[in-house]
Every structure is written in structure tokens, then in C-alpha cells.
Design a protein around this ligand. Sequence first.
Ligand SMILES: NC(=O)c1ccc[n+]([C@@H]2O[C@H](COP(=O)([O-])OP(=O)(O)OC[C@H]3O[C@@H](n4cnc5c(N)ncnc54)[C@H](O)[C@@H]3O)[C@@H](O)[C@H]2O)c1
Length: 286
Amino acid sequence: MSEIVRVGVVGCGLVGSGVAEVCARAGLDVTVVVRSDASAEAGRRRLLDSLDRGVRRGKLTSEQQHAAASRVHLATDIAALADKQLVFEAVAEQVSVKRDVFAKLDEIILDPTAVLASTTSSIPIGRLAQATTQPGRVVGIHFFTPVPAVPLVELVATEFSGEQTCSQAESFVVETLDKRAIWSPDRVGFIVNMLLLPYVLAAIRMVEAEIATPEVIDQGMVDACSHPIGPLKLADLIGLDIVAAVARALYEEFKEPLYAPPPLLSRMLEENVLGRKTGKGFYQYT
Ligand SMILES: NC(=O)c1ccc[n+]([C@@H]2O[C@H](COP(=O)([O-])OP(=O)(O)OC[C@H]3O[C@@H](n4cnc5c(N)ncnc54)[C@H](O)[C@@H]3O)[C@@H](O)[C@H]2O)c1
């Protein structure tokens, strides 16, 4: 089993850029595939801003920042990933979009033992693996945002995932990226989001019922429970489109009212109020 040193990422939003950053900070060259030059520019900006924050917080030196930035290469043609040993899919949370990406990766990646990983928050990995001709090399590697800061990663094996695929994924996450890993069964919401989503949705329902403002609810959870941020700031950070997609997937699967997206969340989505990524969510961002 050869060491993974050639890594690719598809998508350069919040998670794709975060995954590219942690790989580059671990000393690896990473190729990130985006859909257009404009996405490449936005993705690079996101990465540089995050590295800047790391320097300001004393997590890395400016030499390390420049070295990491120079290891990330953006491309618009997925064929740039042909020689990779590990590719992370980090595109929109939609089954059809992700299956298209997996089908393309399956076609272009030359190494039959290369690991194809989805970063999905809610889609069962088996549904994505079936878009490939070799489902044994597909696994879930679910990071949490902000990717460079959160130590935990959920690993998800499907009924098809090969033993070598699973052990390569785990050793990459634990040894190369220095994260902690837990294995989850391949089910909607995995482990953490089954608990986290009802909590975030309950906070949204409290705002909707005018029980308290986002500021008061968040302060309650930060000061009473020592959470680093409250549930509404967290929802804005995750992205309200992602929160809604995960809630819908959980509700569809389990039909439990606690997973149903609250009407306030649906109205915010209709108005393209998606949290930090659009500058407005439960809070305003500049
Ligand atoms: N936001 C979170 O907190 C979080 C946490 C863990 C996992 N995830 C998962 O990570 C994935 C990405 O989420 P995100 O928050 O980064 O979303 P995002 O909206 O920030 O980014 C998604 C990116 O994918 C790009 N994209 C869409 N289709 C593409 C394609 N075919 N090829 C290349 N790029 C494409 C979009 O342009 C966008 O830049 C989702 O599956 C999500 O569930 C998100």
C-alpha cells in the first residue's frame, strides 16, 4: 500500500477550500478542480483569507502560510486529477451533482486503487459509490467547519468499501492530517449531524416563535454550556442551504418532526439568505 502524496479536491467552497488548506499545511501538493475562472478566484480568496486568519491567531507562521498557499493549484478541467491517489468530492449537497462528479472521477482516474472520498454531510455514501464502476474505492470522509480548526472527522464505509480503501482513508486523516477519526455507519446524518441538526433547528424555531433573538440564544449556549459559538452563528457558518439540505435528508429518511426544516429556514433560502456565504443570515457579515 503506497503512501498517499498526490491529492485532489473537487469544489472550492467552504469545505473544498478547507480540505485543500489542511492538505497543503500537511506538506502536500493539492489540485483543486472548480467550474470556472470566477470560482477559482473566489476559492483562492477563501483559502488565502483562512490562511491569514491562521497567522493572526498564531496557528502558523507567515513562511508556512506562503508555503501552503503555493502548494494549492486550481484547475477547471477534472482531467487534472487523473494521476491522484486520493480525491475529495466537496461540491453542492445534491445527489445528482455528486453522482456526476463520481462518475467522471471513475472515468478519468488512472490508479485503480485510488481512494474517492465524499465530504457529504448527509447523503449515504453507497448512493454515490454506485455511480462508479469500482464502488470498493469509495468512502465518506466528513469534515466539520472550519476544517482547519475542528479536530474531528467522521469516516464512513459502505457495504462495498474495500478494506484497503478504509485503512488508507483512516491513516491519511489521522497520520497525515493529524485529525481524530470516528467511524460511522452509512446512514443519513451519520453520527454528529443526527444530534447537531435537531439542536440547530430548535434554535431556529425559537427565533421563529420570537422566544428570543439570535444574540440571546447564542449567548445562552456559549455562556451556559461553554460552546465556542451558539447554534445560530453556527448555522450561518455552515450555510443555511447546507443546514436545510441535511434537515430535509434526515426528515425524508426518519420522518421525525424534529428534523423538519422550520418555515423560517425555508423562507430565508427562498430569499437567498444563506448565512456567511451571502453576507446575511441570522447575522449580517461584511
Ligand atoms: N458547510 C459545512 O459546514 C459542511 C461541513 C461538512 C461537510 N459539508 C459538505 O461539504 C460539501 C460542500 O459544502 P460547502 O459548505 O463547501 O458548500 P459551498 O456552497 O460552500 O461550496 C460548494 C462548491 O461546489 C461548487 N460546485 C458545485 N458543483 C460543482 C461541480 N460539478 N464541480 C466543481 N465544483 C462544483 C460550487 O461552485 C461551490 O463553490 C457538501 O456536500 C456539504 O454537505 C459541509
